[in-house]
Design a binder for this molecule. Sequence first.
Ligand code: FMN
Length: 177
Amino acid sequence: MKTIVIGVSGGIACYKAVEIVNQLKKDGYNVEVIMTKSAQEFVTPLTFKTMSHNPVVTDMFDPVREWDSKHIDLAKAADLFVIVPATANIIGKIASGIADDMLTTTVMAARSPVLIFPAMNTFMYENPIVQDNIEKLKKLGYNVYETAEGDLACGDFGKGKLLPWEEIVKIIEEFKR
Ligand SMILES: Cc1cc2nc3c(=O)[nH]c(=O)nc-3n(C[C@H](O)[C@H](O)[C@H](O)COP(=O)(O)O)c2cc1C
């Protein structure tokens, strides 16, 4: 069975990642979810645990867990690593080589293809720093996808909207190395 690691960072589109995990699980994948601290402000780990049927990884230094190198185990287990939604922050951290939480540390160790689906306010998305980081990641072989254009949760209209979740599932399932 293929393992897909889903990294969820803290944007309003987190609830759409729930649908993605649900669909991938239904389609027969082993889905492992890693959430950033901010992501847990939007959706609880319990929701992802229920949808993925796996414990959700949230903390680098969780004393309750038995593993001591879960980030490496997950990175090795991943056939595909997907970050959805990807915040401006997580994109910047990955592009800068920062590994200061479970998600950024695990993606740093990943050997599988990494698919990144950005979602943020238009002004954030069009910020040259964000665009530079996206270009840098693309040059390094990360698969960074376009955003959709439309009404954003904050009331603005423009780029930065997460692609429809059904489209993301299709991209993941049809992804060829
Ligand atoms: C209501 C709300 C919605 C947010 N939505 C987004 C978003 O869609 N995209 C984004 O890049 N940041 C968004 N943020 C800001 C991030 O949560 C913030 O930059 C955070 O540090 C991201 O942390 P993470 O990348 O570790 O998950 C939002 C914040 C709030 C309060």
